[in-house]
Design a protein. Structure first.
Length: 113
């Protein structure tokens, strides 16, 4: 006697697509104003010289962007002009600012409020 071939029944598994509900949280609107440009950077002491195009105070936040990977925000804790600490930078002044990351000449500075 010949054996009959057994038919295999293949069940297809149907994957259920998960539907994700995305709830958008209200985002804080951050206002930025062009503040100036980096004119020099002292690598060992991590100080950038910024030529300001607007008034800026110690304690305010700044964002620096430029190059491919440089885009960061930080609060400014100290500024110096001609070796003396200042609390306010005026329009047109070139002031030394302590920076947490490396920057280069030509990077743009923005005031974050």
């Amino acid at each position: 006697m010949k054996k009959k071939p057994i038919k295999k029944i293949i069940k297809k598994k149907v994957a259920k697509k998960a539907v994700k509900k995305v709830i958008k949280k209200p985002t804080k609107i951050v206002k930025e104003k062009k503040l100036g440009k980096v004119t020099h950077y002292f690598d060992k002491i991590k100080v950038a010289v910024i030529k300001f195009s607007d008034v800026f105070l110690v304690g305010e936040s700044i964002r620096i962007e430029g190059g491919e990977k440089t885009d960061f925000k930080q609060k400014i804790v100290s500024m110096e002009l001609n070796g003396e600490k200042i609390k306010k930078a005026k329009k047109g002044q070139q002031v030394g600012v302590k920076i947490k990351e490396r920057v280069r000449e030509g990077y743009k500075a923005f005031k974050v409020s």
